[in-house]
Design a protein around this ligand. Structure first.
Ligand code: XMP
Length: 413
């Protein structure tokens, strides 16, 4: 049984608001975040079990607070709530029951997807990332053969990734998968282009074009699965002040096509998406995958992209990742290599070399808004450098990027 019981968090610009929502869910109670400007009618319509006002300081919000206090729901002030206080508020003041669990979520979503889709056809663009993979797995659980997944290989994935997606979704765990090898097509479109934003635009547009062409070949398709997650929903307008972060995932919506959307993960945080994936039997390699930008290696090659540079970067990046994996560094947000389009002089086996440098980047972060360069041990960096220079002859120098975000960004482009 699925209970619509929820705690409403009204966000007055509280920086840890998503942590608070996650914490409540971890106690087995569903929580949603709305901006503090939400109208009293809307709050009443949501029928929350209780309301938490989340702010660092309420001084500027006296009239809003007075108004909300008059409603019929239990109201608590965060961070006046201690950890024990939170439990008391949920389970005593609001009489919440422990209903929120991943198993319940899956059961309910499967039911909802079946009701929504009926006997219609569903399409999903797999990107290789966690969100689209879990969304596909969930929809597949609900409607099986009615789902077709399309994977467009644009040629900018890390070593072995395209094969891995194919292996998991076609062999280990069969679902209808159309694998489109569009590598040459993308490379041609990007020839001579070195501006990062132009690269992104071209890749985004081309992706949609390839996806559309493939979808048209399938005949009538009614639904499109999107791997939207709760932070995307919050960031695209329902947060305080309506902060809009442009969604820069490759694979925006095809505009001309008449799809209805299925967004089965839109209420979940990333850690919950991973739990759903695990519960549905997706392999760890896919579930634990680090965030990877839609345009992939195309924005990790600084300047013009060529097949040769892609190959060099892919090999070096794989060595870096392999060493990090072996060293069991698992709380890093992203680990990757960047290839600039310059060369420098070196000497190897008494012979002068003139080859590319490689930049290593490893960062810790909670949400990619800020990040710190990871403190990797020197011995490890030494070993990685030595291996890369030995195994990738087109590289003769390796540097480690120590810049935080801000002032740097995580990616170089
Ligand atoms: P920056 O470089 O802005 O990156 O600090 C923050 C996070 O966003 C990812 N990123 C992208 N993801 N398409 C994406 O899907 C993009 O064009 C893109 N650019 C950056 C980046 O990997 C990091 O996790």
């Amino acid at each position: 049984m699925f209970i619509q019981e929820k705690i409403l968090i009204l966000d007055f610009g509280f920086p840890q608001v998503q942590d608070l929502a996650r914490q409540i869910r971890q106690l087995g109670v569903f929580s949603v975040i709305f901006p503090y400007q939400t109208s009293m009618e809307k709050i009443a319509a949501l029928e929350p079990q209780g309301i938490i006002l989340a702010a660092e300081d309420f001084a500027a919000f006296q009239s809003e607070v007075t108004q909300i206090k008059q409603c019929n729901f239990p109201v608590a002030f965060w961070p006046a709530l201690t950890k024990v206080g939170l439990k008391e508020f949920l389970f005593q003041d609001c009489s919440c029951k422990v209903y929120w669990s991943i198993a319940n979520f899956i059961e309910r979503q499967v039911q909802l997807i079946r009701e929504k889709v009926g006997s219609n056809k569903v399409l999903c663009a797999l990107s290789g990332g966690v969100d689209s993979a879990v969304a596909a797995a969930l929809v597949h659980q609900a409607v099986g053969e009615q789902l077709t997944c399309v994977f467009v290989d644009h040629g900018f994935l890390r070593k072995g990734e395209a094969e891995e997606v194919q292996n998991v979704f076609q062999k280990k765990w069969p679902l209808n998968l159309i694998f489109v090898d569009a590598r040459e097509r993308f490379l041609k479109k990007l020839s001579g282009i070195s501006d990062p934003e132009q690269k992104r635009k071209i890749i985004g547009n081309e992706f949609i074009r390839v996806f559309e062409e493939t979808a048209l070949g399938l005949g009538e398709v009614d639904f499109l699965v999107q791997g939207t997650v709760y932070p995307d929903v919050l960031e695209s307008g329902s947060g305080v002040g309506g902060t809009i972060k442009s969604h820069h995932n490759v694979g925006g919506l095809p505009e001309k096509m008449n799809f209805r959307l299925l967004e089965p993960l839109a209420k979940l945080f990333k850690n919950e998406v991973r739990k759903v994936g695990r519960e549905l039997g997706l392999p760890t390699e896919i579930i634990e995958r680090q965030p990877f930008p839609g345009p992939g290696l195309a924005i990790r090659i600084i300047g013009e992209i060529t097949a040769e540079k892609l190959e060099i970067l892919r090999e070096a990046d794989a060595i870096f990742l392999d060493e990090i994996r072996q060293a069991a560094f698992d709380d890093l947000w992203q680990v990757f290599a960047v290839l600039p389009s310059i060369k420098s002089v070196g000497v190897q086996d008494k012979v002068r070399t003139y080859a590319y440098p490689l930049i290593l980047r490893a960062v810790t972060s909670v949400d990619a808004m800020t990040a710190k360069a990871a403190h990797l041990p020197y011995e490890l960096l030494d070993k990685i450098t030595e291996r890369i220079i030995r195994e990738v002859p087109q590289i003769n120098r390796v540097v480690y990027d120590l810049t935080s975000k801000p002032p740097g960004t995580i990616e170089w482009e």
